[in-house]
Design a protein around this ligand. Structure first.
Ligand SMILES: *Cc1c(COP(=O)(O)O)cnc(C)c1O
Length: 423
C-alpha cells in the first residue's frame, strides 16, 4: 500500500503505525474499516457533546443544505446566524449582548484578544498587556500560542510569540498567590485583559480550580478596569457540569469564547460574545475604529443551523440530568482509585475525570503516553492521555456500561504499564 500523503495533527509519523480509517460514527462510538468499535471517551477531541450524529443536528444540516452554503457575512446576514445569536444570548451569562462569528476555538480567542486591545486603542487608553494563567491553552495559532503555556509545542516559534503576564496556577492552598499576582499586575496599569479557561484547564493537563478563585479574579479585573475573557472553548456546553463554567461562579465575563460543542461537535463554528461596552468602543463615524477581523467561513449558514439544532436539544432533552448522571458515575468509579498508589491527583470537574499515572517522568512527552494509547485502543477505547495524565471526557450519551468498561480498562492498563516501566 502506498503511504498516505495526509499529515496528521499532533502526530509523529515516524513513530506511529499507519492509521485505521473510521468508516462510521454513532452515539458514543467510532467504527473502523476492520469492523472494530471504539468508545469515544474523549468526544473526538472534546467536540462531540450529546453523541455522534445526533439525529436532530443531522436533520438540521440536511435541511440547511437545501437553502444555503457559505454566504458572505458582510453586507448580508442570514436567518441561521440571526437565530443562533439570539439563542446564544439566552444560554450564556446575562450581560453579553453581541455575537461575533468565526470558525474555530483558536480564531474565537484571537478575536477576543483583538476585541480587548481594540477597545482600549479606540479609547486612546494605553493598555496592551494580556494576563494569562500558568498551564493555560488557547489554541495553536501564533497569537493563542503566545497566550498559552510555553513548552515543547511552541519552542520553534518562540521568536514570534508576544509577551504576556502569567499568573501561577491556583493550586489548592495557593489560591491567594494567584490573586495577589493578578492584583499586582493590574496595579501596574497596563493590563488590557485577563484570558483564562474557567474552572478547568484542558490541554495543560486537566487541571481544575475552584469557583471562588474564578469569582475573585473577576472582581479584581472589574475593580481595575481590566477586561475578563473566558475561554469556554472546552468548558462550554456542559463539560464542567453546567452549560458554561462561568455560571457556577456567577461570573459574566466581558468576552466569552465558544466553539467545540457549539454545533454539538458536528461542524466547525465559533462565536466570541461580548458586552455592549466592547461593541460600542468600536462604534464610530471614524472607519479606522471598525473591528477588522474576518474568517472566510464566518457564520457558515449550515454550521449555524447545526448550532441552532444543538441549542434546541439543550431545551428539549434532559441534558442537565445527563450531565449530573455522568458526573455521579465518574465519582463512583474514581473512588476506587483514590488511595491507589498507582495513581496521583484523582480529580473530577463535572463530566471530566482525570488521574495521573504514577510514573517517574511526567509531562506530555512521557514515554508512557503512546504505550497507554495503544493498550486502550486494543481494548476498544479511544483515550489519549496527556503524557501520564489519563482523562475521560465522554459524550453525554455514554452508558453506565461504557463508563464502567473504560474504568476497567484504565485499571488493567495502568498495571501493565507500571510493570513495564518498573522492569
Ligand atoms: C481546543 C481549545 C482551543 C482551540 O480550539 P481549536 O478549535 O482547536 O482551534 C482554545 N481554547 C481551549 C480552552 C481549547 O480547549
Amino acid at each position: 500500500m502506498t503511504p498516505s500523503p495526509v499529515w496528521h495533527p499532533f502526530t509523529q509519523h515516524r513513530l506511529e503505525a499507519p492509521m485505521k480509517r473510521i468508516v462510521a460514527t454513532e452515539g458514543a462510538y467510532l467504527f473502523d474499516e476492520d469492523g472494530n468499535r471504539f468508545f469515544d471517551a474523549i468526544s473526538s477531541w472534546w467536540v462531540i457533546t450529546h453523541g455522534h450524529r445526533h439525529p436532530h443536528i443531522m436533520a438540521a444540516i440536511r435541511e440547511a443544505t437545501g437553502a444555503y452554503d457559505q454566504i458572505i457575512f458582510a453586507e448580508f446576514t442570514h436567518e441561521p446566524a440571526e437565530t443562533l445569536a439570539g439563542d446564544l444570548l439566552e444560554f450564556t451569562p446575562t450581560g453579553l449582548q453581541h455575537v461575533f462569528y468565526s470558525d474555530s476555538g483558536s480564531t474565537a480567542v484571537e478575536v477576543a484578544i483583538k476585541m480587548a486591545l481594540g477597545t482600549f486603542y479606540n479609547r486612546s487608553v494605553a493598555r496592551d498587556r494580556i494576563v494569562v494563567m500558568q498551564h493555560g491553552y488557547h489554541g495553536d495559532t501564533i497569537g493563542t500560542m503566545s497566550a498559552g503555556e510555553r513548552g515543547v509545542f511552541n519552542t520553534p516559534f518562540e521568536p514570534l510569540l508576544f509577551g504576556v503576564d502569567r499568573l501561577p496556577f491556583p493550586a489548592p492552598g495557593h489560591e491567594q498567590e494567584t490573586l495577589d499576582a493578578f492584583e499586582a499586575i493590574c496595579r501596574a496599569g497596563r493590563a488590557a485583559a485577563i484570558l483564562i479557561e474557567p474552572l478547568a484547564l484542558g490541554a495543560g493537563g486537566m487541571k481544575f480550580y475552584g469557583r471562588a478563585v474564578l469569582c475573585a479574579l473577576k472582581e479584581i479585573a472589574s475593580h481595575h478596569g481590566c477586561l475578563f475573557i473566558a475561554d469556554e472553548v472546552m468548558t462550554g456546553w456542559g463539560r464542567t457540569g453546567s452549560c458554561f463554567a462561568c455560571e457556577q461562579a456567577g461570573v459574566t465575563p466581558d468576552i466569552l469564547c465558544t466553539s467545540k460543542g457549539l454545533t454539538g461537535g458536528a461542524l466547525p463554528l465559533a462565536a466570541t460574545l461580548c458586552t455592549a461596552e466592547i461593541f460600542e468602543a468600536h462604534l464610530s463615524c471614524d472607519r479606522r475604529k471598525t473591528f477588522f477581523h474576518s474568517s472566510s467561513f464566518t457564520a457558515n449558514a449550515i454550521a449555524c443551523s447545526a448550532a441552532v439544532a444543538n441549542l434546541q436539544i439543550w431545551r428539549d432533552e434532559p441534558v442537565k440530568k445527563r450531565l449530573g448522571e455522568l458526573a455521579s458515575l465518574h465519582a463512583k468509579h474514581l473512588r476506587q482509585f483514590e488511595n491507589d498508589e498507582r495513581f496521583a491527583n484523582v480529580r473530577q470537574c463535572g463530566t471530566i475525570a482525570a488521574l495521573d499515572l504514577a510514573v517517574p517522568s511526567g509531562g506530555y512527552l512521557a514515554e508512557v503516553g503512546p504505550r497507554l494509547r495503544r493498550l486502550f485502543r486494543e481494548r476498544g477505547l479511544l483515550l489519549r492521555p496527556l503524557g501520564n495524565v489519563i482523562y475521560l471526557m465522554p459524550p453525554y450519551c455514554a452508558s453506565p456500561f461504557d463508563i464502567a468498561t473504560a474504568y476497567g480498562a484504565i485499571d488493567e492498563v495502568a498495571s501493565i504499564v507500571l510493570k513495564e516501566t518498573a522492569s
